[in-house]
Write a protein that binds this ligand. Sequence first.
Ligand SMILES: Cc1ncc(COP(=O)(O)O)c(C=O)c1O
Length: 406
Amino acid sequence: MATLYQNIINEFGTPLYLYNGDKTIQQFQKIQNAFPDVKLKIKYAMKALNNINILKLLRSQGAGIDAVSIQEVYLALRAGYKPHEIIFTPNSIGFEELTEAIDQGVQINIDNLTLLEKFGAKYQHNYPCCIRINPHIMAGGNTNISVGHIDSKFGVSIHQIRHVERIVKNYGIHVNGLHMHTGSDILDADIFLLGAEIIFQAARSFDKLNFIDFGSGFKVAYKDGDVETDIDKVGSIISRAFKEFCENYGRELELWFEPGKFIVSASGELLVKSNVVKQTTSTVFVGVDSGQNHLLRPMMYNAYHEIENITNLKGDKKLYTIVGNICETDTFGYDRFLNEVREGDILSIKNAGAYGFSMSNQYNSRPRPAEVLVLNGKYHLIRRRENMEDLTRNEIELSSDCLSAL
Ligand SMILES: Cc1ncc(COP(=O)(O)O)c(C=O)c1O
């Protein structure tokens, strides 16, 4: 095992999230460099990974933030982002949450007509807003992550633009941006263009736009031979179409994207220890000291994560099913060829940077892992491992009198 891994594991144990900050920066810069001659703004979708150090690292590269809850807004402000650098794109929120975001001065993004009317009635032209449009296109890796189609709960239907216009006119609302996000794991550059053309059409109804936000959906590679979205191709197609649109619109607008996965997925891995190698009648299970409570994606989305035995790189390849310790079917990977796994070996589960720690929980009363960031060859603990105290922190224990009265 490489010395860096060895030192990190000796010091902090497993399970552990390990992030490569340099790789994160590289991915961010790939996007930054892919859109020639347009005013590009990248709003990092912090739901993917929200550790304050990752937020600060990306801020140092010029990122803004895509926040989906008022709590994410506060975390982004705490990490040093200016309110105008944050776009707040919630769904199913009450009006109070929207006004709280407005009080913080962030760019708001409204995704339904009821909220738009309430907003108009209270703020009229005094605070700008963006509107999330649902373009009704099917895009993305699977139905859980396709969010721009006709059955999706997100956004205002493109067919309701006339209704939006009425509300905007009646209340004098200042619409300064349009937004769409059609899904994650989109490989085909033309899908981005399809969505863009629909948004350009809608944009004609609003004459005070400053930006169009094209959401995200950039795919990453999960295994050998897999490919990520050709970001340069998307960049050149969208930039060209955007410039043409701006010429017709009569003004140069900003072009926004809000990627999460593309920036942090591949830079993260979850390091786990093999506790048990268990031969059954049909398979050989490797049972590890982590589970779906720490990395939900395989069980929730059927997501594929490459797995490597980093402590026996020269061992013979054998077939294993890698499972977690949660009391449910809790499988990280079926039928994987790994270098022979022995008890105590360390496995690296790849592509765990996005929607890994941020979706983790304490199910089965198991604490969340530590997080470690490697930058310039040096490692730093950026979140300590949870302990028993963290499991009961918010619990309120009733007195025995009270309980016996039940
Ligand atoms: C509105 C919005 N923007 C951006 C993202 C980030 O998507 P990805 O992580 O695929 O880049 C998401 C993901 O759920 C989203 O819902």
